[in-house]
Design a protein. Sequence first.
Length: 540
Amino acid sequence: MFCNQCEESSKGLACTVAGVCGKKPRVAALQDVLLHVVKDLSIYADAARKAGTSDAEVNYFTDEALFATGTNVNFDPQRLQGLINRGIQLIDRLQAQTIQSGANLAGATATYQSNAELPDLIQLGEDLGHVTNGAADVDIRSLQQVVVYGIKGVAAYAHHARLLGQEDEQIYEYIHRALAALADKDLELNEWLDLVLECGKVNLRVMELLDTANTTAFGHPTPTSVPLGHRAGRCILISGHDLQDLFRLLEQTEGKGIYVYTHGEMLPAHGYPELKKFKHFYGHYGTAWQNQKKEFAQFPGAILVTTNCIQQPQSSYADNIFTTGPVAWPGVEHVTNDDFGPVIARALALPGYESDKDRGQVMVGFAHQAVLGVADQIIEAVKKGDIRHFLLVGGCDGSRSGRNYYTELVEKTPADTVVLTLACGKFRFFDKQLGDIGGIPRLLDVGQCNDAYSAIQIAVALAQAFQCGVNDLPLSMILSWYEQKAVSILLTLLYLGIKDIRLGPTLPAFISPGVLEVLVKTYGLKPITTPEQDLADILG
Ligand code: SF4
Ligand code: SF4
């Protein structure tokens, strides 16, 4: 196997024996086949689109299949086999149409057998290898990997937005065109660089769609205090990104004597009016995805994992955990069609909490509408010198010890600075009491990682108010990354021309020295150093 798509790739290079995330070689091989299938399907889809047709089923399959190959999403060989076979059927269908259209179909590499057995598919994956294997030039291969991983992030957000009725043909057009380009051996370095930046542009659009989807369905987030303790009673823990799943779960648990708690990336859900109106949507439990083995083991109720970030379930809670949507783990019950009956039945069979417990609270809900609602107050505080600098400390959490950097950095920020945060990385400091500046909290939780869209809106509005560019604002970005959605967000920031981003805890293994040189020279991208040094450099 070869996989280098996340921050925890083995030895900072690639996982080649087994995944640090728990991915077995046979699962890696199946994901490789699936990526080749999506790439070949993209060649036909791109040709069909150029001939004037776009196939909705192909588009939807594309985002679902790409999402399934992301980090910590789908570890289930049977489900991956199902996706591969569906993709092959779609290739057959499009192949017939596009051959008739006389399109140029050079580059479709593999010959697929319909309804192949698992051992044959695993062998095929081992033979095909990584989807970027064909590129001999190390910098081109690096850029191809950036595009493929960025597209996986785009596909994940597109999937969420589509389920809430928001989609845009230009997203699928880009995905198919860029994946089809993997078969074009003549594409040069600059053309791959263009595709990299275009991925950032498309990701901005898809984050905007998801923002519209979430706020149309559930209202604009408002500042909300979220308890970290619990109430006596039966309980369900829900993790992941999917607000629609949470809404359906809240509807189905209403009046059943069950409290619903969030875990990980689901924390910002508490800020949405149409979700927080449910009285039994109580609080937040635990921290980020990498702590789930310990935290899930201590939760006395049922657990529902929506979208990504599943870790190998431990025997202590294997009977209590369920997956839905794109996430899957072999042996774990997968709930479909928004029917959370099995999760509810399990919660009612488990003891729940015996008594109430107060563990303090955190504030969420500082998305773009809430923050821009007090923009005058913020601008005035900057003009008076009460706010000296904004630090966007956002991104992923993970297991590496170097991530303590982010906790220490936030702890050391001076009292005249405001910290904007989003995504899982905030669990390193989300419960710190940083106080306020004239009533403006010093720690503002903007939301999930896709709410980078909100942070961008806030930055653009501030730049307009001060009649300057975003790079001229007293704003610094100190980001942490782990998986492919973070890659797509970084590409968006680069597409917007944002400079001097600090990135950690390590730089991506798939960035070649040549590509890194371009990123450093053009964008001033830099690795994090120490909290003291970086704060001194930022604040002068
Ligand atoms: S997703 Fe990350 S940890 Fe898992 S196999 Fe790939 S590089 Fe390794
Ligand atoms: S913050 Fe990072 S680890 Fe968490 S869901 Fe988003 S991309 Fe994944």
